[in-house]
Design a protein around this ligand. Sequence first.
Ligand code: MN3
Length: 198
Amino acid sequence: MAFSVPDLPYDFGALEPHIDARTMEIHHDRHHAAYVANLNAAVAGTPQAEMDINDLVSDSSAVSSPAVRNNGGGHANHSLFWTIMSPSGGGEPDGELAAAIDDAFGSFAGFQDKFSTAAITRFGSGWAWLSVDGGSLIVESTPNQDTPLMDGRTPILGVDVWEHAYYLKYQNLRPAYVKAFYNVIDWGAVAARFAAAR
Ligand code: MN3
């Protein structure tokens, strides 16, 4: 079974005006598809081709291969990214996730400050994450297509800060893209990942 690109759970234009349709189409149909094609080429005919993508990128031996690290990470990261956004997103989390965010960062605003800073200050291409680390929450960032799974942590929210994620609409204004991203976060989906990760 080769890896495959999951369908977007909404239309390309569903996240307008925060993320534009053309960016979503190119990002999903070309960038994510390329990671999957290159990953499949890298693992063809090996037992790795049968693995769950999150198990594969959590395997330190597997990701010692740059092709598996970069393209497997790209597949895992984008597969998460599409599902933690929604046209009915935005607002703030509630319940246990809200309590855990308050515990870790003092408040939702404290979380936003750390997460935005991580996203804006990641030099070059990469991601900022809200991750579960041994039962509590941390904000971190990774370069390229690295994922917190490579270091034993579980990402539950991530923002792609590669230029391909925002340049058509925001050009060099990464902070404006990060600010807009909060309007599309599906906190229900993030809470479900949090519950599963604990
Ligand atoms: Mn991307």
